[in-house]
Design a protein around this ligand. Structure first.
Ligand code: GLC
Ligand code: CA
Length: 564
């Protein structure tokens, strides 16, 4: 056991074992750690993270105590959208590794008791996918074009796009090809949308699911799961008309159509061919709990991300309502709740919580994104991190699965100052979403050591520049500091296993509107102080606290777990 943990003495009595490898319900309360492969660890020093790098850091994740890893796309890609533009769904980008490396990595995770989830991107391929190239070559009216969404243009010579739709990262959603036709891309022009009415498209994704499941992959994260099926009349609606339509009706021409669940029912059959069944989790920014529940159904993907906490402010009333609603939903659907504060698409939560409250202002759903909540000049870094630790400790005590994003265990802040020449994210170049900064700031390679080239990420310079302050948050520095965020996460994840017997909680009277208090079935209590004034804790042994107690009181922006 590591020195720092021995010093705290807290891990000594923990005997709870990791979840069983063959337990079909392993996902229900799993802690899943998201790896953004190009920015995790670089084994060959070319500046790009790779699978061997991940392999070399399996121990970090085992010691952290996660149950599963989810890998963002590592498939061959020109990186028009960080790898979410896939050239080949059944291969590894040669800059990242080989299929053999993938197998070795998966085996190492499994040996460490950690499941592996991969990202499936079914709405669109890249424009370099062999099917899209074949579609361009084959010309209008061909079988090859039916796998995507091609249309003739409007205007006398078809010189106008079929509709005035905007793409998710700005610019038009229809692009013209040399022979005059246009194709639909909800995201960048390098990401042509598939036509999911085409049986071959459906078949091919089943093949992809089996390909990875056969290699031992345990589950799938499904990218923009609420798109895929579209119903496009001959006369297309305008963008204004689309915007005016109800996105939660199940009949919007593009988003969240009811028929999409026929696809996931087919996928479920494939998942259930395996023992234990493979799992799915939908990324679906839908408008209501009822719409989300459809993705989480046992006949479908089985689980769906709830982004409710992610878009909330650090606020007791908001947190309480969200937790209560989500637990109720889980009870009704039979799925488990999901909790997430950070991922590769949003400003890191340590930073969000140090900015002025969102107040719902910048939070949008669908093709738009969660923004930073304010300019960097207004950032209170210390408060942000303090709140992030408190929020995370609150979240890790909840029933359900917790999704963590690489680097949050170090308390990393968003990197705001990346010069335009170094930026990669299309949302930075093509539109002013994310407060104009794009998503590169949470994708900067993480620091493993306080010195050395790229802070131990690799032997060369990292593909996105790292700020000098990364040194303070490097794994080696935090490993040696008992009060570090890393050691807080390790202790919380180890203790969390003892909380997972029953998926319920009981709210307790806290006596203050800005303090939440609940009890889990094992008797442990959790108190979070969202305010500034210290608050008295219930009688009991303090197991863990996100900030030191002051005279026995829980200070502001802090959470404690207690054996009461
Ligand atoms: C998802 C991904 C995001 C990507 C988009 C298009 O929302 O999380 O990173 O840009 O889909 O694939
Ligand atoms: Ca590399």
């Amino acid at each position: 056991m590591r020195k720092a943990l021995r010093m705290t003495g807290i891990l000594e009595n923990l005997t709870a074992a990791p979840i069983g490898a063959s337990d079909p319900d392993w996902w229900r309360q799993a802690t899943v750690y998201q790896i953004y492969p190009r920015s995790f660890a670089d084994a060959n020093g070319d500046g790009i993270g790779d699978l061997r790098g991940i392999l070399s850091r399996v121990d970090h994740l085992r010691e952290l105590g996660v149950d599963a890893v989810w890998l963002s796309p590592f498939y061959p890609s020109a990186l028009a959208d960080g790898g979410y533009d896939v050239d080949d769904y059944r291969n590894v980008d040669p800059r990242i590794g080989t299929l053999e490396d993938f197998d070795r990595m998966t085996e190492a995770f499994h040996d460490a008791g950690i499941k592996v989830i991969v990202d499936i991107v079914p709405n669109h391929s890249s424009n370099r996918h062999e099917w899209f190239r074949a579609a361009l070559d084959a010309g209008p009216g061909s079988r090859e074009r039916e796998r995507y969404v091609f249309r003739d243009g409007r205007g006398e010579h078809g010189e106008l796009p079929p509709a005035d739709w905007r793409a998710a990262f700005g610019g038009p959603a229809w692009t013209r090809v040399p022979d005059g036709q246009w194709y639909l891309h909800t995201f960048t022009k390098e990401q042509p949308d598939f036509n999911w009415d085409d049986p071959e498209v459906r078949e091919d994704f089943l093949r992809t699911l089996r390909f990875w499941a056969d290699r031992g992959v345990d589950g799938f994260r499904v990218d923009v799961a609420n798109l895929l099926v579209k119903d496009l009349p001959a006369e297309l609606p305008s963008q204004a008309e689309l915007d005016a339509m109800d996105k939660d009706s199940g009949t919007h021409p593009l988003w969240d159509r009811d028929e999409v669940h026929e696809i996931y029912a087919e996928w479920r059959k494939v998942f259930d061919e395996y023992d234990p069944p493979r799992t799915g989790v939908a990324e679906a920014w839908v408008g209501t709990a009822e719409r989300r529940a459809r993705y989480a159904s046992a006949e479908g993907l089985g689980q769906a991300f709830s982004f409710d906490l992610l878009v909330a402010d650090f606020d007791a009333a908001q947190f309480r309502r969200i937790v209560a609603d989500n637990l109720e939903q889980a009870r009704v659907t039979g799925s488990s709740s999901t909790w997430v504060f950070s991922n590769h698409d949003v400003t890191r939560h340590a930073t969000r919580y140090g900015l002025p409250p969102l107040d719902g202002r910048t939070v949008k759903q669908g093709v738009e994104w969660v923004a930073a909540g304010g300019p960097e000049s207004e950032l209170d870094r210390e408060l942000g991190l303090r709140r992030a630790r408190a929020a995370t400790l609150f979240m890790l005590a909840l029933p359900g699965s917790a999704y963590l994003y690489q680097g949050e265990e170090l308390g990393l802040h968003e990197v705001a100052d990346i010069s335009a020449e170094h930026r990669q994210d299309p949302s930075f170049f093509r539109g002013a979403v994310y407060d104009g900064l794009g998503r590169d700031g949470c994708r900067v390679p993480i620091p493993w050591t306080s010195d050395g080239p790229s802070f131990g990420f690799g032997a060369g310079e990292a593909h996105l520049p790292q700020p000098a302050w990364f040194a303070e948050s490097a794994v080696d520095v935090e490993d040696a500091d008992p009060a570090s965020t890393l050691n807080l996460y390790r202790r919380a994840l180890a203790l969390r296993r003892e909380l997972q017997a029953a998926e319920s909680l009981e709210w307790l009277e806290s006596g203050r509107a800005d303090v939440l208090r609940f009890r889990r079935p094992n008797g442990w209590q959790v108190v979070t102080n969202f305010g500034a004034e210290p608050v008295a804790l219930p009688e009991g042994e303090v197991l863990l606290t996100s900030a030191p107690l002051i005279g026995g009181l829980l200070p502001g922006a802090a959470t404690s777990w207690l054996r009461a």
